[in-house]
Design a protein around this ligand. Structure first.
Ligand code: ZN
Length: 147
């Protein structure tokens, strides 16, 4: 990755960590989960509303931790809002590959650009846990429901 691209990605991460999108609790969430990354101390709560067709009609998060964990959660909520469950799971799989420095598979081009912001982290295994926390928590939320 060249330096100008790396700087751009760092700016995106800082912007999202300072001004997180979709931040806060979500009343009426149909699914939620709490995630914790003990290596770094990051915490993320994911709240979502799935409609009868399985589409993510609303998604929000709360959390605290390092800039990468919070920026990743913010980027994720932006990407997943309005997506079907199948699309969301495809994005999640693609991201989990990209962040490890592997090929993202059949990701749509706009999603690929969004997710590659985190792609430079593959050289830092500790940071990968920070970046993937929100996505693993989203997956737990899908599986566990609102409880
Ligand atoms: Zn972290």
């Amino acid at each position: 990755m060249d330096n100008s691209l790396r700087e751009l990605y760092q700016e995106v991460i800082l912007d999202h960590s300072r001004h997180p999108r979709h931040y806060g609790a979500l009343d009426g969430a149909t699914h939620k989960a709490e995630g914790y990354n003990p290596l770094c101390g990051d915490r993320v709560n994911i709240y979502l509303v799935l409609d009868a067709q399985g589409r993510v009609t609303d998604i929000k998060f709360e959390g605290k931790g390092c800039a990468i964990s919070q920026a990743s959660a913010s980027l994720m909520t932006e990407m997943l809002a309005g997506k079907s469950r199948v699309e969301a799971e495809r994005l999640m799989q693609g991201f989990l590959h990209l962040v490890k420095g592997e090929d993202g598979g059949e990701l749509p081009e706009d999603a690929r650009e969004h997710l590659e912001v985190m792609g430079g982290l593959s050289a830092f295994p500790m940071r990968v846990k920070c970046a993937t926390l929100a996505w693993h928590t989203f997956k737990s939320a899908l599986e566990e429901g609102a409880q």
